[in-house]
Design a protein around this ligand. Structure first.
Ligand code: H79
Length: 453
């Protein structure tokens, strides 16, 4: 089945059955309330930080190909050797207020940081293991609590990533296939789920995360009922929490959505390093993507995406009804790499002029036009449609598909200049724009449409 068809099946199922949250059924309006801030936010910062930032993509003097946070796997490093990184992790330049400010200035509304990646190393104070920043590193202090405080101070939602797969925990054995990379030792699954719950409880107590972003759910031993148990545990502890679909078995590959019509635990789909061809109304999803080719810091990865690409990705995702979770990989010293900071600042400049066309909007009312993308906002008696023009027409004439109502105004969002328009009986319109694009990356025209005619 095509992506859209699959999503539709899933939607119909959800609509038919309601979404079961914990022991109680959650009504559609309760769910809308729980998801409300996240749907409006549209743009968040992913932070991959951990011991892998110390080798930064090199092991024994050799470049290790692939994503930096996978170096333990890619360079086949034993747990004993990997543990030697901990004494070298002392992020004296860590400035959580500055990180929160970078996210805020980028126009991001939430931050998702790795509390524990596949290497099992915990960036928070945990009584469940000594394999954490407090017990194993010279830094010796919880890294997440000050960031959660700085984020809240800056008006950002604070959220955490947590890997189910764990290359360090004694309950799991490494060395499987790519598609099934760890197995669980006999009788140890209960021990491991209890370990997870203890740590998730600690995180709720210390940082009060608004999203729990799971990953590493694909080994065969992790089952849908296991995911449901953890999902129910979290919702019971914090009824407003939002949990991604990687808590259970509801994602398919990097596409990030359910491959079948079974109900799965989890609140949103998780496309990774890709933007789906279309969205589906009512289905929540978030594309997580990197700015270069790694999540965790790699010293030699300079393959940065352009500012234009990143801004257009944000628009493309918003036009399909999704969120954009854009990654930074801080160094072992605690610095967000300067190329990331610069790109985020550029996105922030664009959003300060054009954010109205992104935040709180929903998917485009029409298929992607040849010149760019669109978003919309349904008001009481008017519909606002935002046209994001990537390719400014040489003759200034922009063809807009039928909108199902009369255009009452057309203005450039940045500056408010009026734009001339003609609308035919079919509802399709032609705008007469100026000769020069006001913004080479994306200029936004705001249309107000009278509803109900
Ligand atoms: O944390 C970052 C990465 O380290 C982690 N996810 C992001 C957010 C990650 N990226 N790639 N991988 C993990 C390996 C992925 C393997 C998979 Fe699959 C390929 C998962 C989905 C497609 C194997 C094949 C499992 C499902 C299909």
């Amino acid at each position: 089945m095509q992506f859209a068809a699959r999503c539709l099946v899933l939607l119909l199922l959800l609509a038919a059955n309601g979404v079961d949250v914990g022991a109680r059924a959650e009504s559609p309006s309760d769910r809308d309330m729980r998801m409300s801030w996240w749907r409006d936010a549209r743009f968040g910062m992913f932070i991959h930080w951990g011991l892998y930032a110390v080798p930064a993509g090199r092991w024994n003097g050799e470049d290790v190909p692939g994503i930096g946070e996978w170096i333990m796997d890619r360079a086949n490093i034993s747990a004993a050797d990997y543990e030697k990184l901990a004494p070298r992790f002392d992020p004296t330049e860590y400035d959580p207020q500055q990180w929160a400010q970078v996210a805020k200035d980028a126009g991001m509304k939430y931050v998702v940081i790795t509390s524990k990646h596949h290497d099992g190393f915990c960036l928070f104070d945990t009584a469940a293991t000594d394999w954490d920043v407090v017990d194993a590193t010279p830094w010796g202090k919880d890294l997440l609590m000050p960031l959660s405080a700085a984020c809240r101070e800056a008006g950002l939602h604070f959220c955490v990533y947590y890997s189910i797969m764990d290359w360090h925990h004694p309950a799991q054995v490494r060395g499987g296939e790519y598609h099934n990379p760890t197995r669980i030792r006999d009788g140890q699954k209960r021990v491991y789920i209890d370990y997870m719950k203890q740590q998730l409880g600690e995180l709720l107590d210390s940082c009060d995360p608004d999203v729990l972003w799971f990953d590493g759910e694909w080994p065969d031993w992790w089952t849908e009922p296991d995911g449901r148990e953890v999902y129910d545990f979290l919702l019971k502890r914090k009824p407003s929490i939002i949990v991604n679909n990687r808590v259970a078995k509801g994602r398919k590959g990097m596409e990030g959505f359910s491959p079948d019509d079974q109900p799965h635990a989890g609140d949103f789909g998780t496309p990774e390093q890709q933007i789906p061809a279309t969205g589906v109304p009512g289905l929540d999803w978030e594309s997580c993507m990197t700015m270069n080719d790694t999540w965790g810091f790699k010293a030699n990865d300079d393959n940065w995406k352009s500012e234009a690409t990143l801004i257009r990705n944000l628009i493309d995702i918003a036009s399909k009804g999704g969120n954009y979770l854009l990654n930074v990989g801080p160094t072992a010293e605690g610095r967000i790499p300067q190329p990331s900071v610069e790109r985020l600042a550029a996105i922030g400049r664009w959003l300060r002029a054009n954010g109205e066309s992104i935040y709180g909007t929903t998917a485009s009312p029409f298929e992607p036009p040849p010149w760019g993308r669109a978003t919309k906002r349904a008001g009481g008696d008017a519909l606002e449609v935002y046209l994001h023009v990537f390719d400014w027409p040489a003759d200034g004439r922009l063809a807009v598909p039928a909108l199902g109502g009369s255009i009452t105004s057309a203005t450039l969002l940045d500056g408010g200049t009026n734009v001339e328009f003609e609308q035919t009986a079919s509802g399709a319109a032609t705008l007469q724009l100026s000769a020069e694009a006001p913004d080479e990356v994306a200029s936004v025209v705001k249309l107000v449409i009278a509803a109900g005619d």
